[in-house]
Design a protein around this ligand. Structure first.
Ligand code: ZN
Length: 374
């Protein structure tokens, strides 16, 4: 008799010889990416439905350009406002203003129709870098944006990693040819929210030791270590140099100035550079896995840290995760989607006190961003 030999039969035959049960084999053959353990811990689960005080989210995206198909990130502004009211979010800073016609469209849809609830930041039009006159052309973009009503300037990580000049060379945040851009920002009273670099792991080898291995296998294009670009430290140092070179200009370092893995470094930056503040956006996983250190950092720089989410398209559950993280004493809970999208760990509440929450949720943003004071 001829028996068909299937791979499964071979595995089971080998397994039997090794003395393994059928169930045990099935378990052993699960891929690691399907691993989704449920914590057996029992303990308080504090539902924090709204921010303790009316909050300002200084970092979110409501515009067109980041969305596939160029559709509005928040398709229904009425529903968005209702959700903000429910969460206790007074104002969202929309970082998607871009420039000229797109800026006008954002201002019409958000700031002008719902004053006080939204503040739109503009961008610099980097396509002008291919023109040798860009050192004069870029400040003109800012003058037009200010006249239209932009509340600040968002600079994305493409400065340093992707944006090139007329000779095809990468332009760094501290490029001296951008001197007038940052001085113009100060003249126009426009704060500069700058996202430089990325998580440290995005430069490390994508192997079994990389703490964001799964994320980088999902998004291989996010890995900078295999590209001919400056390193993490080089970029963050360039950011520090530009902040130091323009003491009149207000800078907000997005994502804890890309230094959430090294809060001592972020702390040194804040100590040294009085015109710098940082936002917390998209770093709940980093802050929440070191809650004592993060709480000490926030207390030490109580007037220099701004809350932001980077939660887009607008996700109320991510806001509630933020509130739980900052306000509760809960231990070991998910920082976002399941399975975790950044690294395979859980987070711990910081239990911040009322005065610190008031500063981080609202007061610091209103002090640093003039458009939020009206
Ligand atoms: Zn962002």
């Amino acid at each position: 008799m001829i028996r068909r030999v299937t791979p499964a039969r071979v595995v089971h035959a080998v397994g039997r010889r090794l003395g393994l049960a059928r169930n045990e084999l099935k378990v052993r053959r699960q891929p690691l990416h399907s691993y989704a353990p449920r914590s057996a811990l029992t303990g308080p689960e504090t539902a924090v439905g709204r921010a303790r005080v009316p909050a300002v989210d200084v970092h979110n995206h409501l515009g067109l350009w980041l969305n596939q198909g160029h559709a509005w990130m928040a398709p229904d502004v009425g529903a968005l406002l209702a959700s903000m009211d429910e969460l206790g979010v007074a104002t969202i800073v929309n970082l998607d203003g871009r420039w000229d016609a797109e800026l006008e469209a954002n201002l019409d849809r958000y700031d002008r129709t719902h004053p006080g609830r939204f503040l739109t930041f503009c961008h610099l039009d980097w396509s002008l870098l291919t023109d040798r006159r860009f050192p004069e052309l870029l400040p003109a973009v800012l003058h037009r944006a200010k006249a239209a009503g932009a509340g600040g300037i968002k600079v994305w990580k493409d400065l340093g990693l992707d944006v090139r000049d007329h000779d095809g060379l990468l332009v760094q945040p501290d490029d001296p040819r951008l001197y007038d851009v940052w001085e113009t920002a100060a003249d126009l009273d426009l704060p500069v929210l700058m996202h430089t670099a990325d998580p440290v792991a995005f430069w490390q080898p994508v192997d079994r030791t990389n703490e964001r291995f799964e994320e980088l296998t999902r998004h291989p294009d996010w890995h900078h270590g295999s590209r001919d670009v400056p390193g993490h430290d080089e970029l963050v140092t360039a950011f520090e140099r530009v902040v130091a070179a323009h003491p009149r200009t207000t800078f907000i370092g997005a994502h804890v100035a890309s230094s959430a893995e090294d809060l001592d470094r972020a702390s040194r930056m804040l100590d040294r550079l009085p015109n710098l503040t940082v936002d917390l956006s998209a770093r709940e996983a980093e802050l929440g896995r070191q809650p004592r250190r993060a709480a000490a950092f926030l207390a030490r720089h109580a007037d220099r840290v701004l809350w932001g989410t980077d939660s887009f398209p607008f996700r109320p559950e991510q806001y509630r995760t933020w509130f739980r993280l900052l306000e509760s004493d809960d231990e070991y809970f998910p920082y976002g989607a399941d399975p975790p999208q950044q690294g395979r760990w859980s987070v711990y509440g910081m239990g911040l006190d009322g005065a610190l929450l008031q500063a981080v949720y609202a007061d610091n943003a209103r002090r640093v961003v003039p458009g939020l004071r009206v």
